[in-house]
Ligand binder design. Structure first.
Ligand code: NDP
Length: 451
């Protein structure tokens, strides 16, 4: 079925479909990006001639490996590990590791592909990569997590390095997992380098990295509201899905900026607290006890818990921030949010809105901040961590936070300006894709054809 005006783009997409059959998330991500390139193809025939778009949709390298480890009962367990090294035109591959049972080649490739454009948008010299495993960290003991991470790194270490590929965290990978991964890398490589980001503060981590994706999402949302609607976050009602790293620090910054966050979720259900979420209670439950979000209602009176995570989008709000996982907000949920008067949606998670949902928001005039722009604060601060590691020096919290704020403000303006320049002012999906792409495309062109 033809969906591109340009026969060239249609041809690229058809080839991607043939090569990656049965990988729906990857095809969804590629399609959305290619759709944005219609005006680029018209204005930059040099990039078409150099085969840049044909090349950018094919990973430079895709690594899959066995991860075997021993559980607490002494039984051997086997998982599958992945690393995609998608594009290194503007810097070493950079992107997180995800541990979740849904991880497969399609998910890793969609995330790695998105990462190319996101990393470029930060303005820092980072290529695109991503990795992970179908290992499920839920319910595992500390010892099991450590043995899994050590086994995973025993293979991964030969493919990465501070100037080659620098992984970080993602779903299921936080400070604890990064610590075990770093320890094993150091043992195997016999060197102490900034090979991972999201490290603990005692061994090379950066201040603000923990908060970065959530804080960055709110800096972006603030800028989008101010420039496109002359609005602020003060007094706005906000709904945030998820209750992991991104959701927690998005909540913290939203509250600091005067908004009222009324709901959070996990994969089982959502909590609604009309008085405003008590973040100290959430942090205790999620960060300290690693328990389920429904615990919240036994500790805070007046709060409700509902089974099923999708119901969170039925809550009336001004701003919706999906911060859990891909395709969690569909067309129907988008229509409900629109009916309830939402004015802005910004994506903390990667590709949380389905194509139907994005279209509905754009048609209804709802401000829409796509993931590659809105959640780039995490990888931007990882870039700042790499920078500090290279200098063997640390910046203060205020210094890093200010740099993060500046980067997110610039990302908004670069995406907005690109949308204007390429003929669809305010379409930040298109603007972010094009702004992220052009820098990588020029670098690829200058570096010749051998990859
Ligand atoms: P965490 O593991 O800390 O938290 C993930 C949250 O999402 C949990 O509340 C989890 O609930 C929920 N979740 C995960 N899978 C599903 C699912 N299939 N359905 C419903 N809820 C689900 O991860 P992060 O907060 O780090 O990541 C969240 C999103 O943000 C991801 O899309 C990630 O790629 C993206 N992101 C993260 C960055 C970072 O710096 N950490 C940077 C940029 C993007 P449960 O506990 O029930 O699984």
């Amino acid at each position: 079925m033809s969906s591109f005006k340009s026969a060239y783009l249609q041809g690229v997409y058809d080839t991607v479909c043939k090569r990656n059959a049965g990988e729906p998330e990857f095809l969804q991500a590629v399609k959305e990006v290619l759709e944005s390139f219609e005006p680029v193809v018209e204005r930059r025939p040099d990039l078409v001639e150099a085969g840049i778009i044909d090349r950018i949709v094919e990973p430079e390298r895709f690594i899959q490996f066995r991860v075997s480890w021993v559980d607490d009962q002494g039984k051997v367990q086997v998982n599958r590990g992945f690393r995609v090294q998608f594009n290194s035109a503007i810097g070493p591959y950079k992107g997180g590791l995800r541990l979740h049972p849904s991880v497969c080649a399609s998910v890793i490739k969609f995330l790695g592909f998105e990462q190319i454009f996101k990393n470029s948008l930060t303005g820092l010299p980072m290529g695109g990569g991503k990795g992970g495993s179908d290992f499920d960290p839920k319910g595992k003991s500390d010892g099991e997590i450590m043995r899994f991470c050590q086994s995973f790194m025993t293979e991964l270490y030969r493919h990465i390095g501070p100037d080659t590929d620098v992984p970080a965290g993602d779903i299921g990978v936080g400070a604890r997992e990064i610590g075990y991964l770093f320890g094993q890398y150091k043992r195997l490589a016999n060197e102490f380098t900034g090979v991972l980001t999201g490290k603990g503060l005692t061994y090379g981590g950066s201040l603000v990295r923990t908060q970065a994706t959530g804080y960055g999402l709110l800096y972006f949302t603030r800028e989008m509201l101010a420039n496109m609607k002359k609005e602020t976050l003060e007094g706005k009602t906000v709904v945030i899905s998820g209750s992991g790293n991104v959701a927690i620090y998005a909540t913290e910054k939203a509250q600091q900026l005067g908004a009222k966050v009324v709901a959070l979720s996990d994969s089982n259900g959502y909590i609604y607290d009309p008085a405003g979420i008590k973040l100290d209670v959430v942090k205790q439950i999620k960060e300290v006890e690693r328990a389920r979000i429904k615990e919240y209602v036994s500790r805070v009176s007046g709060a409700e818990y509902h089974e099923g995570c999708k119901g969170i989008w039925t809550i009336k709000c001004d701003v919706a921030l999906p911060c859990a996982t891909q395709n969690e907000l569909d067309g129907e949920a988008a229509q409900t949010l629109i009916k309830n008067g939402v004015i802005a949606v910004a994506e903390g998670a990667n590709m949380p809105s389905t194509p139907d949902a994005v279209e509905a928001f754009q048609k209804a005039g709802v401000l829409f901040g796509p993931a590659k722009a809105a959640n780039a604060g995490g990888v931007a601060t990882s870039g700042l961590e790499m920078c500090q590691n290279s200098m063997r020096y640390s910046w203060s919290f205020e210094e890093v936070d200010k740099k993060l704020e500046d980067i997110m403000t610039n990302i908004f303006h670069n995406a907005y300006n690109a949308s204007k320049e390429f003929g669809d002012e305010g379409n930040l999906v298109m603007g972010a894709n094009i702004a992220g792409f052009l820098k990588v495309a020029d670098a690829m062109k200058w570096q010749g054809v051998a990859y």
